[in-house]
Design a protein around this ligand. Structure first.
Ligand code: PLP
Length: 425
């Protein structure tokens, strides 16, 4: 098979493809694997019941059923959902949105593909621009989304210690450089993989930098505010024309409905809708129609804050307690301050094996996690050991299984230290 540059790039071994294959194979092997690798949301019974009730209503209404499955929406997305969202966000935050500020996409992943390639890559005048990721580690799903090579440039974080076994990454503004070839700045908030929440102050400084260089600040709120609110610290929901805010219905409990939401200045939405028409003709109506009553009534906000957030917070607290007890004090270990999302980011300084080897050893013990080295898209290989010392562990699934998985991780790490007595823990 002969392939174009595009064909070659997108069939080459992408980090996310091999990761998804590995997760899929582990699942299909039939082994009793403890799955702490993926980003699948947990099942929250109250949310599921509410969605079931809305579906039942739609199925009883011939006109609504026809709208859900029988007509193409405009490429910008389902109009009633967009109108309801405009009203909700204006009432709640006074953002002054109109329907021309919102587009829907088939999952927010698709939005990132379109946005990154809109703002970065080949500008046709000899200039090649990049997306600046101010805080590595960042979401692995960005890594291979560029049509052009080398689409990302990332910056190492500052590390501050916030407890005996806890640390937090912060944006290193001294090292952060917005250049003439920066096409956009992008952060996930909360961050996948670390559970970090970039502070309001960091956000203001990033926004000011974006404004002064006339580039958009893309904020990935897949776990964030105003919904689904997998947030355990305060974080101000923020939008203005400098910001492209990307939201998603996935982590609310609807990943299969593939609904991403982009809130941006009118020209961005117009461009995005045009690309969406070419790539997809229309965006699926299913998620938008299912969530529309929740948005129209405003219910999506208390549902996020009072159901979804406490569900994940309780899981996070249990996971931290189990891991703290299992690790004890014999060797060095840290958890990134878990401020949101559904992951613990574990750091084992000076561990005698790499995170990839630790991942393989854990897989052999029936626990599937993700090696942290995948999460540094755009950061040049610079001998920074830290990037090979971390694991991402998902705690969204069954608590007992998560606890067992965490105990096996602790056992394995301690076993590695015992095998290497000459290296000091
Ligand atoms: N952004 C982040 C940080 C994610 O973790 C994910 C999925 O896990 C996405 C975006 C994409 O989500 P979706 O395409 O389901 O909206």
């Amino acid at each position: 098979m002969k392939l174009s540059a595009f064909g070659q790039k997108f069939t080459a071994d992408a980090g996310i493809t091999s990761l998804m294959d590995d997760l899929g194979n582990a699942l299909a092997s039939g082994d009793d694997m403890i799955m702490m690798g993926g980003g699948n949301p947990g099942q929250i019974p109250e949310v599921q019941e509410r969605l079931q009730a809305i579906l039942a209503q739609i199925s009883q209404d011939a006109d609504a059923t026809r709208r859900m499955v029988g007509i193409y929406d405009p490429p910008q997305g389902e109009k009633q959902f967009i109108a309801a969202l405009v009203d909700l966000l204006n009432d709640e935050y006074g953002w002054g949105l109109t329907p021309a500020n919102i587009a829907l996409t088939n999952g927010s992943q698709a939005a990132f593909f379109m946005l990154f390639n809109m703002f970065a890559g080949d500008y046709g005048n000899g200039q090649h621009k990049h997306v600046l990721l101010p805080l590595a580690p960042e979401y692995i799903g960005y890594a291979d989304a560029g049509i052009a090579p080398d689409l990302f440039r990332a910056v190492r974080p500052e590390i501050s210690f916030t407890g005996p076994h806890e640390f937090k990454y912060r944006v290193d503004f001294d090292a952060l450089e917005v250049r003439a070839d920066t096409g956009a700045i992008c952060v996930s908030r909360p961050t996948n993989p670390t559970g970090n929440v970039i502070t309001d102050d960091e956000m203001s400084r990033l926004e000011a930098l974006a404004r002064s260089h006339d580039v958009p600040l893309i904020v990935d709120g897949a776990y964030g505010t105003p919904f689904p609110s997998l947030l355990f610290v305060d974080a101000e929901p923020r939008w203005n024309e400098q910001i492209i805010l990307c939201l998603s219905l996935s982590k609310l409990g609807m990943p299969a409905a593939r609904t991403g939401i982009v809130i941006a200045a009118e020209p961005v939405i117009k461009a995005l809708s045009g690309i969406n028409a070419i790539m997809n003709l229309a965006t699926g109506s299913f998620g938008a129609m299912l969530a529309e009553p929740l948005v129209r009534s405003g219910e999506i906000l208390p549902m996020s804050r009072e159901l979804v957030c406490p569900f994940y917070r309780a899981k996070m607290e249990r996971a931290v307690n189990v891991f703290t007890e299992a690790m004890g004090e014999d060797c060095r270990w840290y958890i990134h301050k878990p401020e949101g999302a559904m992951f613990l980011w574990l750091w084992f300084p000076d561990l005698p094996v790499s995170s990839l080897e630790l991942y393989q050893r854990l897989k052999a013990r029936g626990v599937l996690v993700v090696s942290g080295h995948y999460f540094f898209p755009g950061l040049a290989e610079d001998g920074w050991r830290h990037r090979h010392e971390c694991l991402r562990v998902t705690y969204s699934q069954d608590d007992d299984r998560v606890a067992e998985g965490l105990r096996r991780i602790a056992d394995e790490v301690r076993a590695i230290w015992l095998e290497h007595p000459s290296v000091s823990a």
